[in-house]
Design a binder for this molecule. Structure first.
Ligand code: T5A
Ligand code: NA
Length: 218
């Protein structure tokens, strides 16, 4: 197309994966790299622990507070809803949003605790749809050996195993509803640079405008 890049919508890119797979590390690097390439990008972390709802979530995750499974599930979702308008606004203004976790974590972690899958999915269904989700996969043994694993509530081998199974169901659902280009697995084994290059190799062609197979923008 002949439209200038400043007039086009930003891309909405989500990173997902089990605990300690390296999401935050890669999301920060990607935002820096995009800015070097002249794109405006914003990092959006979920849970966003800075809001009032986020502080309740933080207390729950650090086991400073207990909560009913459904109640905490809805708080995770509410924490996304309170950020949704800003995400839509920024995308419309050409800002690329890179999210460190999103609704897919919400579904997978809560379903792993035994809540019905549909109950887990429903509160998030009308949120802004990511153009692409990169699901980082890492050997569970390596993940559990990384710094600070085990400090927060869900960081047990059993919970991680169960969440991995639920993520597979989430992936199926995303592909069924929105097409296979919306969900990509990325091997997160290897060094930080190596994984970063893998991610960049996948995203850079999609972010180039005017090329076939680019990101589908909602
Ligand atoms: N949750 C979340 C829900 O239940 N419902 C929801 O709706 C949402 C949104 C907190 C928990 O909340 C759950 C899921 C989680 O259990 P969080 O705040 O994202 O979610 O959790 P964090 O503890 O911040 O992040 P993670 O544990 O998921 O870690 P990351 O971001 O995957 O990994 P990162 O980059 O912080 O790296 C971990 C360590 O490994 C090193 C890093 O330096 C760091 O020490 N590292 C590497 N080492 C070697 N090689 C590499 N390639 C490395 N990459 C990173
Ligand atoms: Na993180």
């Amino acid at each position: 197309s002949s439209s200038s890049s400043s007039a086009s919508r930003g891309a909405f890119i989500v990173f997902e994966g089990l605990d300690r797979c390296g999401k935050t590390t890669q999301v920060s690097r990607l935002v820096e790299r995009l800015e070097k390439e002249g794109k405006t990008a914003r990092l959006q972390k979920f849970p966003d622990r800075t809001t009032a709802i986020g502080q309740m979530i933080d207390a729950y995750l650090r086991s400073k507070a207990d909560m009913d499974d459904r109640a905490i599930h809805l708080l995770f979702s509410a924490n996304r809803w309170e950020c949704a308008a800003a995400i839509r606004r920024d995308l419309a203004n050409g800002i690329t949003i890179i999210a460190d976790r999103y609704a897919f974590s919400g579904i997978a972690f809560s379903a792993a605790k035994g809540l019905p899958f549909d109950f887990c999915l429903n509160p998030d269904t009308a949120l802004p749809l990511p153009d692409i989700t990169l699901y980082l996969t890492l050997s569970p043994i390596i993940a559990s050996q990384r710094a600070a694993f085990g400090e927060e509530r869900y960081e047990t081998d059993q919970m991680q195993r169960s969440t991995r199974q639920q993520f597979a169901l989430v992936a199926q659902e995303v592909v069924k509803r929105h097409g296979e280009n919306r969900w990509r697995e990325v091997d997160a084994n290897g060094g930080i640079e190596e994984v970063g290059d893998r991610i960049w190799g996948l995203l850079a062609p999609l972010l180039e405008e005017g090329q076939g197979g680019g990101l589908k923008r909602e």
